[in-house]
Design a protein around this ligand. Structure first.
Ligand SMILES: *[C@@H]1O[C@H](CO)[C@@H](O)[C@H](O)[C@H]1NC(C)=O
Ligand SMILES: *[C@@H]1O[C@H](CO)[C@@H](O)[C@H](O)[C@H]1NC(C)=O
Ligand SMILES: *[C@@H]1O[C@H](CO)[C@@H](O)[C@H](O)[C@H]1NC(C)=O
Length: 257
């Protein structure tokens, strides 16, 4: 094959580019083009699955919910609250090696008394922002849920609402997006406040105590929304919860939990 005679160029590529090159080569090696199924095969595969559509299994749901509660107690620990994070408590960041902080007066005052959701949440939609929903027409179905969670401040403008819906109760925000899109809220903060208006009365869920670099931007989001009298409020992710839930999913992947 001509591809195998290809020589490494003498000029050094940046590490990222050569890694990408190797990845693409491996990918082509493992999945050569002739093994990709054609359209007919795909349609046939789908037709074969007819009648075996996914069905809700209440026994499995109850069992899984119990496992989750035992491992991570989301009802209590999902967010930082005055109840689960009293003043003076020492907490370890879940995304840093050996870095802890002590909850002081100023931080404590930012926490709600308890997790502010009416539990159980009943029917939930969890909506990612990878773009797969484009042209899906799923908006109505998503909005039918009692509680809609979205990931990382996705666009919700009217051109997308047919595909992704309008409703939001909780939206996650990575501190890095605050840095990249909103100059870390160190300059004008109005663009940020305007951009989150689409989330109506939502909570913005931020991992303020996962990485050292995330604390500042997360607190600034909190104060910005408060200063502007915005409808949205920040909920800080609890690092203990994030650590436990991370372990839980890893163990599930290995079939242990
Ligand atoms: C439902 O889930 C339970 C627990 O995982 C399992 O034992 C059972 O076989 C499932 N039932 C159906 C119909 O799939
Ligand atoms: C913490 O705040 C409360 C009320 O705002 C105040 O009474 C108390 O003295 C403060 N404690 C410390 C250690 O600053
Ligand atoms: C926004 O909130 C208002 C008042 O709670 C509600 O009437 C409206 O339907 C909400 N809009 C969306 C898109 O969720």
């Amino acid at each position: 094959m001509a591809g195998l005679a290809w020589k490494w160029p003498r000029t050094r590529l940046p590490v990222g580019a050569s890694a990408l090159g190797v990845f693409v080569l491996c990918w082509l090696y493992i999945f050569p083009v002739y093994r990709l199924p054609d359209e007919k095969e795909i349609v046939q595969g789908v037709l074969l699955q007819q009648g075996k559509a996914w069905r809700r299994n209440q026994t499995a749901v109850t069992l899984f919910r119990k496992l989750l509660e035992e491992c991570c107690d989301p009802g209590q620990l999902f967010a930082m609250t005055k109840l689960n994070s009293p003043m003076g408590k020492n907490l370890w960041f879940d995304g840093e090696f050996l870095y802890s902080f002590t909850i002081d007066n100023a931080t404590y005052s930012l926490f709600p008394q308890a997790t502010p959701f009416q539990l159980p949440l009943k029917k939930c939609s969890v909506v990612g922002n990878g773009g797969i929903l484009k042209k899906s027409g799923c908006g109505k179905q998503i909005d039918q849920a009692d509680f809609v969670m979205r990931c990382n401040l996705p666009p919700l403008s009217s051109e997308y609402s047919k595909d992704v819906g309008l409703k939001t109760q909780l939206v996650t925000a990575n501190p890095s997006i605050i840095q990249k899109r909103f100059q870390n809220l160190l300059w004008s903060r109005k663009a940020f406040v305007d951009s989150v208006k689409v989330y109506n009365h939502s909570y913005i869920y931020m991992p303020a105590f996962s990485m050292k670099t995330g604390t500042g931007p997360s607190l600034r989001v909190y104060y910005t929304l408060e200063d502007f009298g915005a409808k949205q409020a920040v909920l800080f992710a609890n690092p203990n919860f994030l650590r436990d839930i991370g372990k839980f999913w890893k163990n599930k992947g290995k079939g242990k939990a």
